[in-house]
Ligand binder design. Sequence first.
Ligand SMILES: Cc1cc2nc3c(=O)[nH]c(=O)nc-3n(C[C@H](O)[C@H](O)[C@H](O)COP(=O)(O)OP(=O)(O)OC[C@H]3O[C@@H](n4cnc5c(N)ncnc54)[C@H](O)[C@@H]3O)c2cc1C
Length: 406
Amino acid sequence: MANPSSKPASALVADDIRAALDGLLERRTDQTRPTSMGAGSDDLDNGRAYLAATVEGGWHVPTWPAIHGGRDVSPAENQLIGSVLREYVVPDLYPFAIGLGMVGPALLAHGTAEQQDRWLRPIASGAEIWCQMFSEPEAGSDLANVALSAERDGDVWRLGGQKTWTSRAMWAEWGICLARTDPAQPKHKGLTMFVVAMDAPGVEVRPLRQMNNDAHFSEVFVNDAVVADEWRVGDVGEGWRVAMTILGHERAGAGSRGGGDGAKRGTRVPPWIADLVKLEALGGDVRRAEAVSVYAADMASRWTVQRAADEARSGGSPGPAGSGAKLRTVSSYKRRAYLANRAAGAAGMLEDGHGYIETVTAPSMSIRGGTDEIQRNILGERVLGLPGEPRLDRDVPWRDSRKGML
Ligand SMILES: Cc1cc2nc3c(=O)[nH]c(=O)nc-3n(C[C@H](O)[C@H](O)[C@H](O)COP(=O)(O)OP(=O)(O)OC[C@H]3O[C@@H](n4cnc5c(N)ncnc54)[C@H](O)[C@@H]3O)c2cc1C
């Protein structure tokens, strides 16, 4: 059989993709139920095996250059590959999502050729995991208030400070870290982006346990950690621009291709409704109407997310549409989780109860990746053109704004 991976991308049709993927992946069945968002699972092996199997053909990140684990495809072919991939079992790629969906695109947009050579392929193959070191105790929604400092010392930078809520830090080889390099500049201007080796001296990861029992979500203490200047991503003082690229991709969910718990292609009844039927939870009109309403919202959400993610992958720079996509995903995840859990009755309160893990994970969805309120602010200001919030510290040197002078 001809190797479809070696065909020019422009000749690709769905059957070519299936011919290649049939040798690499299992087809999805009605029984397929991957976890979602890594909730309640520390499974790195399945995702790593999937990425290792698909990297040669560039199937998971097809818009990336072939030399970096992609296959240089057009936006239309990218969408075709995405739709065929949904016929196969794609594990929950949550552990790998920062690298695949956020750092990879940021390195393609802002990284040097050496940085792309060093980091992209290990991301695409699942060999290396990344975490996102942005939030701090005083810099969550107000991210530009980051205080972790980076001071130049010859060819290296010395980093000191604290990050918090760093998901995946326990697993990660690398962290993409927003740091303050010039406190004399206004808050958005004195920031620079660095890559930090998570096992470097001076980097200490302390896991926090969430109510769904996950413990990869961590505080990271950084004490005089040394980072080579070659590991700076973008120019000095341009960290905010790089951060915006990363956050735009995060909202658009560009790392979430495949996986999840959606129905296999062509299935009329999605697995989560089939599960409710098995639980005999859809007997009454009220529950049935609720399930259909959640189903309609869920499908609208999937298509919005898909469109935002495809735009992000194709154009390299997602717009505010990602904020709408994120709000819809969160609402849809929560409604499905709560309905499933209620349907299980009292048994749903048990740790292995139907919908339990999703229910205790759901509240965090409105916070992680930027809160619902912040997504609405973005939509209000950047899509609807409403007046911006008052931002009194915008043009003041960051170190002065910290003195409570405002
Ligand atoms: C499960 C989980 C995983 C996370 N993973 C990561 C990660 O990997 N890396 C990382 O860097 N961060 C991560 N975060 C952090 C997350 O991005 C922040 O928690 C989030 O940005 C909110 O910041 P905060 O918690 O400091 O809340 P605050 O910013 O203090 O906000 C508190 C409340 O005030 C509201 N609020 C604040 N400002 C405004 C405003 N201007 N207008 C309207 N309402 C406002 C917020 O919506 C919120 O309800 C994670 C968080 C969670 C829960």
